[in-house]
Design a protein around this ligand. Structure first.
Ligand SMILES: Cc1ncc(COP(=O)(O)O)c(C=O)c1O
Length: 405
C-alpha cells in the first residue's frame, strides 16, 4: 500500500508529540505534556448564547458557504482586537483560516517548492516542522537566546544557504512566549529581523497564538506592525484566547501575499467554517477579548509561578540544569546536563507518575535531547507542585545512576 503514497507523505514523519500525548493520558499520571488551554477559560455560557442567536436568527449566513477570505464581520472584529497592539490592518490584508495550523499549511503550499529553505528556531513548534516537511522544504535551525532567535547566527546561516545557491524563502518565528521555550523576542530583535529580511530578500512568517497571554512585563508589538516593506505574514489564532475547538485564526499580510493564500485556500477547503466565524463575531461584538483574558492571564500567571517555585524547591542544585522564566503563555523549557537523554528519561518519568515532552521533537537538526518542555496551563497548583517533585526525583535518580554507570 505504501507505493500509493506521495513522496512527500512518505517523507513526513508522524508527530512524535502526538504519540507522547497518548502515553501521558494514562490514568494517574500528572501530565505536563499537552499544550492545551484550560477549558474553564473558554467563555462557554456566552458562546452558547452567541451560537443560539447566530444559528437561529442568522442561519441563512451562518449555516451557508462563505467567502474564501472569511466573514467580513469576523475579520472586522479581529482587526479591532489586534489594533490594541498598535497595529493598523485593512480588510484586504486579512483572511480567516481554520486556525493557525491550517495557516501554516497554506503558507507552505503557497510559498514552498521542494528543496526550498526556511529558517526556524532551535527549538521550534513541532507542528510547523511537520508542515514544512510535508512540502519538502529544508528547515535550517537557528539557536534561541533569552530574547529570541540568535540573529547573528541567522545571518550566518542565510549567507551560507545563499552562497550554496539554494533558494531561501522565509524565517519562521513565534515571537511571543514561544512554543516550546516560553521565550519572547525583544523589540530590538523584531526590528532587526525586518532589516535582515529586507537585506536578504526573505519573508517573515510570524506565528502568534499566545499573543494576549502576557501576564508580566512590557507588551511587545507584533513584528508585522514594524513592516514597511510588505514582507511579514502573521498568523493570529483564537485557540488559546477564546476556544481551541472553534478552529479559528486570521492571517495578516500584504495584499498580494494574502491573495496567494486565498487562491490556495480555495482549492483546500473553499472557506473557513462560517458557523464558528459568525459565533465568534457575535461574541466579540459584545465582549472585549482583552477584558475576558484578565482572568485567563491571572490563572496562567499563578500556575507559572507555582511551577517556577517548585522547580527551585525540588530540582537538584546543579549549574548544568536551567529553565526559562516566561512572562506569558503556557510553557517552561528545562535544560538538563548534556549526557541526559530526555527521550529515555520520558519512560522513567511515566513510570514515576509524571509526563513531559522530550526536547528532540522540537529540533530540526536532531538536537535538543538534553531538554524538555513543561506545560502548566491545565493543572491545579497542588498537582503542579506534586508533578515537579516527582520529576525532580526521576531526574536525581537518573543523574545518580549515570554518574555511577
Ligand atoms: C506556535 C504554534 N503555532 C500553531 C499552533 C496551532 O494552533 P491552532 O491551529 O489551534 O491555531 C500551535 C498550537 O499549539 C502553536 O503552539
Amino acid at each position: 500500500m505504501r507505493s500509493f503514497l506521495s513522496e512527500r507523505t512518505k517523507n513526513t514523519g508522524r508527530s512524535s508529540i502526538r504519540e507522547i500525548l497518548k502515553v501521558s493520558k494514562k490514568p494517574g499520571i500528572i501530565s505536563f505534556a499537552g499544550g492545551l488551554p484550560k477549558p474553564e477559560t473558554f467563555p462557554f455560557d456566552d458562546l452558547a448564547e452567541a451560537a443560539h442567536k447566530q444559528i437561529g436568527k442568522n442561519y441563512r449566513q451562518s449555516l451557508q458557504y462563505g467567502m474564501t477570505e472569511g466573514v467580513p464581520e469576523f475579520r472586522e472584529e479581529m482587526i479591532e482586537w489586534l489594533s490594541n497592539f498598535g497595529w493598523k490592518i485593512a480588510l484586504d490584508n486579512i483572511i480567516a483560516t481554520n486556525s493557525s495550523q491550517q495557516a501554516l499549511d497554506l503558507v507552505s503550499k503557497a510559498f514552498l517548492d521542494p528543496g526550498d529553505v526556511i529558517f526556524c528556531g532551535l527549538p521550534t513548534y513541532a507542528g510547523a516542522i511537520q508542515s514544512f516537511q510535508l512540502f519538502q522544504a529544508r528547515s535550517v535551525g537557528v539557536p534561541m537566546e533569552a530574547d529570541g532567535m540568535d540573529l547573528n547566527a541567522l545571518e550566518t546561516e542565510i549567507r551560507q544557504v545563499k552562497k550554496s545557491g539554494q533558494r531561501a524563502k522565509f524565517v519562521y518565528v513565534i515571537p511571543d512566549f514561544q512554543n516550546p521555550t516560553g521565550v519572547t523576542m525583544s523589540g530590538r530583535k523584531r526590528r532587526k529581523l525586518i532589516k535582515i529580511a529586507k537585506e536578504y530578500d526573505l519573508l517573515i512568517v510570524e506565528d502568534t497564538p499566545y499573543f494576549g497571554l502576557r501576564f508580566e512585563g512590557k507588551e511587545e508589538r507584533p513584528i508585522n506592525a514594524y513592516d514597511d516593506d510588505g514582507r511579514v505574514i502573521t498568523m493570529s489564532s483564537l485557540s488559546k484566547v477564546l476556544s481551541a475547538g472553534m478552529r479559528l485564526a486570521v492571517v495578516v499580510g500584504p495584499e498580494d501575499l494574502i491573495e496567494a493564500l486565498v487562491t490556495v485556500k480555495q482549492a483546500t477547503d473553499l472557506c473557513t467554517s462560517t458557523t464558528t466565524q459568525w459565533i465568534a463575531a457575535e461574541w466579540m461584538s459584545h465582549h472585549e477579548l482583552s477584558e475576558h483574558l484578565t482572568q485567563t492571564r491571572e490563572h496562567y500567571r499563578k500556575n507559572r509561578t507555582v511551577m517556577l517555585e517548585s522547580l527551585e524547591k525540588y530540582f537538584p542544585d546543579d549549574e548544568r540544569i536551567s529553565w526559562t522564566k516566561p512572562e506569558g503563555g503556557l510553557f517552561i523549557w528545562v535544560t538538563l546536563p548534556e549526557k541526559v537523554d530526555t527521550d529515555d528519561l520520558f519512560s522513567e518519568a511515566v513510570e514515576g507518575g509524571v509526563a513531559f515532552v522530550p526536547g528532540s521533537g522540537f529540533y530540526v537538526n536532531g538536537g535538543g535531547r538534553d531538554s524538555l518542555r513543561l506545560c502548566y496551563s491545565v493543572l491545579q497548583p497542588d498537582e503542579i507542585e506534586k508533578g515537579i517533585e516527582l520529576l525532580a526525583e526521576v531526574v536525581k535518580r537518573h543523574l545518580t545512576a549515570e554518574s555511577r554507570g
